[in-house]
Write a protein that binds this ligand. Structure first.
Ligand SMILES: Cc1ncc(COP(=O)(O)O)c(C=O)c1O
Length: 369
């Protein structure tokens, strides 16, 4: 048994929690949160308490120097009674990579798993059971030391919060090529999941949306010639019947869905090519009909079709095929994630009993006392 504690007030909060009809994405929050502190490199025992504002020193590193990293993953409870995760240790590993880049301690696998498992187990009755919906989990690590000098923190807080959610963007996306700004620099933090990258992308997102598009399409930050990703999703294009995706660079995020789509598509007999994709070539391929379909993927968005890629002057490149291969891959991926089909890859991780039974254990203890 893990040695984290639970504030008993959470059980009342969970019992009286009413899940709204309309979930949206990331808006509704489970009333519980997990926290483990790391002080001078030593991890302290985890604690589960009520979801509530946290106390942060106004001089904390996270507030001034953005010393933070985060993850996003889901707990599913569609196909089976017991919730399950999808490749959670990939998230732990990516968070460790991000933490090293931001000079932060790595959250050990056992702490990471304890945090997401405790919140999922306690929130199990809040997990939506409709296909495509899930409990979105947001683990994050922040530098808490209250000193204004430019140096890493000595104290960190690792927290996990959760949100019963619908898919992030269900529908056809129009994307706009970002010709002006960059999301991340060479030698910067683009491959880490850290807040600064998202802050840097916000202005572009605002402009893109004001022009009637859904997402900015980022090019490489040096030559501005090659396709990288969207602000929260990776990209695939079906060209001459083969599935092409930008090969990883240090300036964009290695998506776990991207990795899974590559394996799944190969498993289904598709040729998958990871390579540098010049934007002009992609646009030309759409014009000539060689590129028939484009889609984006990410944990939150699952697999979302792209209907139009537009250039800065609004020239629109419409995809002849929308949500064809994307729909097949999405349903195959969801079948695995939601446990309707075999999982030949060993991606699904079921919530352990000790966490599944947390609420019952407490009810029993309360009755006995
Ligand atoms: C910038 C960025 N790219 C890609 C992705 C997709 O990654 P994943 O499939 O692991 O969710 C995300 C989402 O986490 C992201 O924030």
């Amino acid at each position: 048994m893990s040695n984290f504690s639970i504030d008993p007030v959470v059980f009342d909060a969970l019992a009286s929690f009413k899940t709204p009809e309309q979930l949206g994405f990331g808006r509704v929050k489970s009333p519980v949160m997990y926290r483990a502190n790391c002080i001078d490199g030593e991890w302290q025992a985890g604690e589960v308490g009520l979801y509530a504002p946290i106390s942060v020193d106004p001089a904390a590193k996270v507030l001034h120097y953005a010393q933070e990293v985060f993850e996003g993953l889901k707990a599913y409870r569609v196909g089976e009674r017991k919730p399950n995760f999808f490749r959670p240790l990939k998230n732990q590993q990516r968070m460790a990579f991000s933490a090293r880049r931001m000079v932060m301690p790595e959250v050990p696998p056992e702490v990471f798993m304890e945090g997401i498992s405790a919140i999922t187990g306690l929130s199990k009755d809040l997990i939506p059971v409709k296909s495509g919906e899930s409990l979105y989990l947001r683990p994050f690590l922040i530098g808490m030391t209250g000193e204004l000098g430019m140096a890493p923190s000595s104290e960190y807080a690792f927290l996990v919060i959760a949100s019963p959610s619908q898919a992030y963007h269900a529908g056809h996306m129009k994307v706009l090529i970002e010709r002006e700004g960059c999301r991340a620099a060479v030698g910067g933090t683009g491959a880490a999941k850290t807040g600064g990258n998202y802050a840097a992308a916000t202005l572009s997102a605002k402009r893109t949306q004001a022009r009637g598009y859904h997402q900015s399409l980022w090019l490489d930050p040096v030559k501005r010639e090659n396709v990288e990703e969207l602000s929260g999703m990776n990209l695939f294009a079906l060209i001459d019947g083969e599935l092409h995706t930008p090969e990883l660079t240090p300036t964009f995020l290695e998506g776990i869905t991207r990795d899974s789509v590559i394996d799944l598509a190969k498993h289904l007999g598709h040729q998958v090519v990871e390579r540098t994709i010049p934007i002009e070539e992609l646009l030309q391929d759409i014009r000539s009909g060689r590129c028939t379909e484009v889609f984006a993927c990410g944990t939150a968005a699952i697999i979302s079709p792209v209907s139009v890629i537009a250039d800065a002057d609004d020239t629109a490149y419409e995809l002849p095929q929308v949500d064809d291969l994307a729909a097949t891959l999405r349903s195959r991926l969801l079948d695995i994630q939601e446990r309707r089909s075999e999982d030949p890859f060993g991606w699904v991780v079921e919530l352990e009993d000790e966490y599944y039974n947390l609420a019952e254990t407490n009810a029993g203890a309360a009755e006995a006392s």
